[in-house]
Design a protein around this ligand. Structure first.
Ligand code: PMP
Length: 381
């Protein structure tokens, strides 16, 4: 099987797995127990991991807390802030193309009396800044914007949006699950207050992530769970030690290799799109042609259903819309929000290219997709 679903998840890099293994076999002590040396040693490794993770987003290690992934980080930032806030600010501003962990957190708060407003996005998925100027105001508590989209890869104008938010005194949360490790993410440059990271999107293990909380804001979040004092009580529960160590190593590798890797990934993506377009001139690419994740290709095949195409491609691991919505009959809400018709949205597949993709795999995928498309159109060439 040729794996082309890197937005859904990435394989754990073997170098990452290697540094994790001792934490299952020897260094299994609980880092919260500082009565014995073994616990204290693991604790010091956790702190080292925190520094490595902080470094990839240009944060201070004291600003990082560990979670189970970006879903939890997004929930903690949005619900955690809303639950402590008692002032006049009762509005959260987001976009219609966020991940469900953001959208559903907002919907929950709406049921509990908060106002949720959505910024307009253009046909590439980029936030229209005029709408940010109109909607973000003195009643806005938080603006939650993804760094880039998990279906169409479009990178958001975060610096500009943060500027607008800061003018109104609103805080900014960024879901950077798809961005960290792939494109430069700098919390100082973005001027965000909270930022979510997921380990399994950057070649680390699944079930671990982090939330950046700008210095001074920790107390403005209420925990989602109650228990011990881990992560200063904001995220109680025994640390996922192997996961945290693995995530840190994954961040370190990304930091060192990102420039070269993203240009190689982009070259493969461009080769894929060029070759496929040559074979099937009718296809349409969605998202922002230039300003998008290097490994992303989101393609509409007019006249052919995306799921029928996938069923005819058993050797390729791809997805229609986003994996999180697979099984739903509804077309992708991201694609319809950027103006695709239901028919076009249902005729779309997502390709994610990444670290271990080869040119040979790309050329095989192009051939197989072309054959499957022609078969479905009943055109034998
Ligand atoms: N946000 C975005 C943009 C994502 O793509 C994902 C993963 N599909 C998440 C959040 C959730 O991340 P996790 O799987 O770590 O909970």
């Amino acid at each position: 099987v040729i794996y082309l679903d890197y937005h859904s998840t990435t394989p754990c890099d073997p170098r990452v797995l290697k540094v994790m293994l001792p934490y299952f076999e020897e260094d299994y002590a609980n880092p919260s127990n500082n009565y014995h040396y073994a616990g204290r040693m693991v604790q010091s490794h956790i702190e080292e991991a925190r520094r490595k993770i902080a470094s990839i987003i240009n944060a201070n290690e004291k600003e990082i807390i560990f979670t189970s992934g970006a879903t939890e980080s997004n929930n903690l930032a949005i619900l955690g802030l809303a639950r402590t806030y008692q002032g006049k600010r009762n509005k959260i501003v987001t976009t219609p193309i966020e991940h469900k962990s953001v959208l559903k957190s907002c919907e929950y708060l709406e049921k509990h009396g908060l106002v949720i407003d959505y910024l307009d996005v253009d046909h590439t998925g980029a936030v229209i800044l005029e709408s940010a100027k109109d909607i973000i105001d003195e009643t806005t508590l938080l603006v939650s914007i993804q760094a880039c989209n998990n279906e169409i890869g479009t990178i958001q104008p975060l610096v500009e949006i943060s500027n607008i938010a800061k003018e109104s005194g609103a805080l900014v949360h960024c879901d950077a699950a798809q961005a960290v490790g792939k494109i430069p993410v700098d919390v100082a440059h973005f001027d965000v207050d909270f930022l979510s990271i997921s380990s399994h999107k950057l070649y680390g293990p699944k079930g671990v992530g982090a939330l950046f909380i700008r210095k001074g804001l920790r107390r403005s979040l209420e925990p989602l769970y109650w228990g011990g004092d881990q992560e200063l009580g904001l995220r109680p529960g025994t640390h996922n030690v192997p996961g945290i160590i693995g995530m840190a190593e994954a961040c370190l590798i990304c930091e060192e290799e990102m420039v070269l890797e993203s240009s190689e990934t982009k070259d493969l993506r461009d080769l894929f799109e060029r070759s496929l377009k040559k074979n099937i001139p009718d296809i349409k690419f969605n998202g922002n042609e230039h300003n998008r994740l290097p490994g992303n290709s989101n393609i509409t095949f007019p006249g052919v259903e995306g799921d029928a195409l996938l069923l005819n491609l058993p050797q390729l691991a791809l997805s229609i819309g986003s994996a999180c919505n697979t099984g739903a009959i509804e077309p992708s809400y991201v694609l319809t929000a950027i103006g695709l018709s239901r028919e076009y949205a249902n005729s779309t597949i997502r390709i994610g290219i990444g670290r271990f993709t080869t040119e040979a795999e790309i050329m095989t995928a192009v051939k197989e997709i072309t054959d499957a498309y022609n078969l479905l159109l009943n055109k034998v060439i």
